[in-house]
Unconditional design. Structure first.
Length: 166
């Protein structure tokens, strides 16, 4: 529990540090209170931001391969608000094999991912500018190819975690 709190504080401080002057006073205050910090990698930061194992939820739109939703920012509203995006299209690769690592175990997965182009105009989508904003993967049994009873959901925008379709 203490490790998670320290990691969350480090993530908050790294976000606040963008403003420059706030970094010094926050770090000094926390250090004066005895807090110790360790750098965290992108995967750990992703887990803090909301990566979650889900059980008993709807499955992704596909249970073989990966379906990629291509969404673009409409250039109005908040950049982290899912309502400010429109779907430009999608692609589907039924043969793409993707792994997802959880606690050192790598699971074969299938499912959906949403890539957001926040640079191009609202009527186009360019993969060169796309960043992942949402992943919804279902674990796949490697022997049978059938979906298992659990999956994962991770998001970096404010789309409700209970929303599974565009």
């Amino acid at each position: 529990m203490k490790k998670n709190i320290t990691a969350m504080l480090a993530a908050i401080v790294s976000v606040v540090s963008i403003s420059g002057h706030a970094e010094k006073s926050i770090f000094e205050s926390l250090k004066n209170q005895g807090a110790q910090f360790a750098p965290i990698n992108d995967q750990e930061l992703g887990e803090i931001k909301g990566a979650a194992r889900i059980i008993g939820q709807s499955m992704p739109s596909v249970t073989q391969g990966i379906k990629t939703y291509e969404i673009t920012w409409s250039k109005f509203g908040a950049i982290d608000d899912y309502r400010s995006y429109r779907m430009a299209g999608f692609s589907y690769d039924p043969h793409r094999e993707t792994g997802f690592s959880e606690n050192g175990t790598i699971y074969q997965v299938a499912g959906d991912r949403w890539l957001a182009d926040r640079v191009s105009n609202a009527n186009s989508w360019d993969a060169a500018y796309a960043v992942p904003v949402d992943l919804h993967y279902q674990a796949i049994d490697e022997n049978t190819g059938q979906p298992m009873k659990f999956g994962w959901r991770t998001t970096s925008w404010n789309r409700p975690i209970s929303t599974f379709r565009w």
